[in-house]
Design a protein around this ligand. Structure first.
Ligand code: GLU
Length: 313
């Protein structure tokens, strides 16, 4: 009798090493780890270091040290996106080629265009609040500019894409209306991060993506890029509420969230689990605490929430 073997679920944590882990990125790592392990899956680690102006090897090293100290051990080899630029370029010149075109417009040209458009709209309908139009006006779409000498833009589809988010519920968005023809590769060769993430999630056969709510506006673009590139689809999406400080501001590197201090990893795990509204675990070694957290993992308390409040340690 033929037997079918279902592959294990695959999740991942994909930090950009533009700073050390803070409470926000720690909770993403912990939640995605416990969730995928509670399903019997594998947890991959991908370092998203394509932005060589902002990423730093020292941050990568510290992220790895912190994850190890917390007992968040990844499965398989770490993937570094900076070593995979040829793969992204191959997709841009093959499966994604029909959607991409060279563009010579500078930021300054576009700012002038948007300012004029806004003025014209304000004259047409002076009483209406004008939307902030920042979409690329497609000046270069049919110019056939040299693809190597210019930045490349990608035409995202102008239709509604939907998916069921396991935390935020049903989501619908039109990627073209939200992001326009976004830059897929800058003139200096830097690859757009959602494009690189889409290709890697497909190639790594990631089935479950759990990440911060700040990336939700990019998700339908990711779904459509993966579809156009004929990569396996991600079946399960979860966008976690953002961790905010006492003033309601998202904890991020930009607003100088404190790096985590892993000298007392057990207390840190207990605090992050509490923040994620999980049942208490006994204070123990990180490995034993994680075992208990995995056994008790429950997305329900997070459902429908967009923010969680934290007092930084
Ligand atoms: N690299 C992104 C970040 O650190 C996360 C991207 C993702 O999880 O898809 O914010």
């Amino acid at each position: 009798m033929p037997t079918s073997i279902t592959p294990p679920p695959i999740g991942r944590f994909a930090p950009s090493p533009t700073g050390e882990l803070h409470l926000g990125s720690l909770t993403t790592a912990l939640a995605s780890f416990c969730h995928i392990k509670s399903l019997g899956g594998r947890w991959l680690l991908r370092i998203e270091d394509t932005d060589n102006e902002r990423c730093d090897q020292q941050f990568t090293e510290q992220i790895l040290i912190d994850l190890e100290a917390l007992g968040l051990h990844w499965d398989g080899d770490i993937i570094y996106q900076s070593e995979r630029i040829d793969i992204y370029n191959d997709y841009l010149s093959s499966a994604l080629r029909p959607l991409t075109y060279g563009c010579e417009c500078s930021r300054k040209d576009l700012e002038q265009y948007w300012a004029k458009e806004q003025q014209a709209n304000a004259l047409d309908e002076p009483h209406q609040l004008q939307p902030n139009r920042t979409h690329y006006p497609r000046y270069c779409v049919s110019k056939q500019l040299d693809r190597q000498q210019h930045k490349l833009r990608i035409q995202l589809p102008d239709y509604w894409v939907g998916f069921n988010d396991g935390i935020q519920g049903i989501q619908w968005d039109n990627p073209q209306q939200t992001l326009g023809d976004m830059v897929a590769r800058r003139q200096d060769g830097m690859i757009n991060y959602i494009l690189a993430a889409s290709i890697d999630d497909g190639l790594q056969k990631v089935s479950h993506i759990m990440r911060g709510l700040d990336i939700l506006p990019m998700t339908t673009a990711q779904v459509s890029i993966m579809h156009a590139a004929q990569l396996p689809a991600v079946d399960h999406w979860y966008h976690l509420p953002l961790i905010c400080n006492a003033d309601g501001q998202k904890l991020s590197k930009q607003n100088l969230a404190q790096p985590i201090d892993t000298r007392d990893p057990s207390s840190l795990i207990a605090m992050a689990l509490q923040l994620l509204q999980q049942p208490d675990v006994d204070k123990d070694t990180p490995a034993n605490m994680l075992k208990q957290a995995i056994a008790q993992w429950d997305n329900t308390p997070l459902q429908g929430k967009q923010q969680l409040s934290a007092i930084e340690p």
